[in-house]
Write a protein that binds this ligand. Structure first.
Ligand SMILES: C[S@@+](CC[C@H](N)C(=O)[O-])C[C@H]1O[C@@H](n2cnc3c(N)ncnc32)[C@H](O)[C@@H]1O
Length: 328
């Protein structure tokens, strides 16, 4: 029974009552919330104790992990102010659990800020995972400061156990290319690979519906100021899994991964330390997403379209482009 090391970062107030310690690693590995089809299971407890004991060890198709950043955030139950050494040990422990859960063809994403991105990359490479992309999630509403440049990005690290075997669905996430929307370059109409006028998104992610989920955002869940946008999880899940696949999130939070995975007919396992968060995430999964499909097919061009000349007729062709999905 893996109890001793895992109760260290239960908030002290909870530890005194003993309540948090019990929540850290449940004695029986029973999900607290379930849906039959497509299957959803939400476990309450410490993912380091739960993930290695899941019956699906070695069978998870896609893992998305957005861990606590150790930024002293007031989580419901988790202590987000560990000594650095403890945080690094915690990070390696949960990463190892996820690597063990991942199928040989599986993909794993980690959402992490500058502080610990390098350590995670090195650790996952040492564990034999292969890096596919080091993406950046860029948001335009960073915390204001005058003492340094304003932070406006988090790393989205994309790994696979075997790059050649992984699930990769570029057709499901295409966006209009700058050649089509901004430069009206006819070569995009005749390209040999992919769809005319469209491209796989670049590795810096931003655009409509990609901002931080502020208090007045339609997607916002109460008590979750670090909720990820639905657009982010929709891109990851559509690109890296198929209907019926098993998706797992070891840090469920407000439930963004679960709500999108379920809506896209993937099976889903979520783990969350706080029972209150887990309950709320499960309600959200049942209710469904707010903006599914809204971010698909949106141009992310940042320069104004060039002046229209004789090639302007090309613009009309853009209306006829076909998608593998139905953008709304
Ligand atoms: C950054 S938030 C996840 C946010 C989520 N991606 C979303 O969009 O809402 C991290 C979550 O992990 C939970 N957590 C922290 N430590 C955990 C652990 N060891 N096992 C499971 N969950 C944990 C926290 O309670 C918090 O809800």
């Amino acid at each position: 029974m893996l109890v001793a090391p895992y109760d260290r970062h239960v908030k002290k107030t909870k530890r005194r009552t003993g309540k948090g310690v019990e929540a850290a690693v449940p004695r029986e590995l029973e999900p607290s919330f379930t849906i039959d089809s497509p299957e959803v299971r939400v476990y309450v407890g410490d993912c380091r104790g739960i993930v290695p004991r899941l019956p699906e060890a070695g069978k998870v198709d896609l893992i998305f992990a957005d861990p606590p950043f150790n930024w002293n955030r007031a989580y419901d139950q988790w202590d987000d102010s560990m000594p650095r050494e403890d945080y690094l040990r915690f990070t390696e422990e949960w990463l190892d659990g996820c690597v063990g859960a991942l199928a040989d063809h599986g993909s794993m994403w980690v959402n992490i800020p500058d502080d610990t991105a390098a350590e995670i990359v090195v650790h996952l490479k040492r564990r034999g995972l292969q890096m596919v992309n080091w993406c950046i999630w860029h948001y335009r509403f960073g915390q204001n400061t005058e003492s340094r440049f304003i932070s406006s990005h988090v790393h989205a690290l994309y790994f696979a156990k075997d790059v050649g075997k992984r699930t990769w669905n570029p057709g499901a996430i295409l966006e209009p290319s700058d050649r089509a929307t901004t430069y009206f370059d006819p070569r995009t109409q005749n390209k040999k690979e992919g769809k005319a006028g469209m491209r796989v998104p670049m590795d810096v992610w931003y655009g409509p519906y990609w901002g931080r989920i502020q208090g007045n955002n339609r997607e916002r869940r109460a008590n979750h100021d670090n909720q990820l946008p639905e657009a982010y999880l929709e891109r990851v899940i559509r690109a890296c899994s198929n209907e019926g696949d098993l998706v797992m999130d070891p840090f469920l939070g407000s439930g963004t991964t679960g709500v999108i995975a379920h809506a896209l007919k993937r099976r889903f396992i979520g783990v969350e330390f706080s029972d209150q968060n887990a309950k709320s995430a499960f309600e959200r999964i049942k209710k469904g997403p707010v903006r599914l499909g809204a971010s698909l097919g949106q141009s992310t061009a940042i320069h104004p379209a060039r002046k229209l000349g004789e090639r302007s007729a090309f613009l009309k062709g853009i209306d006829k482009l076909e998608f593998d999905f139905a953008p709304r």
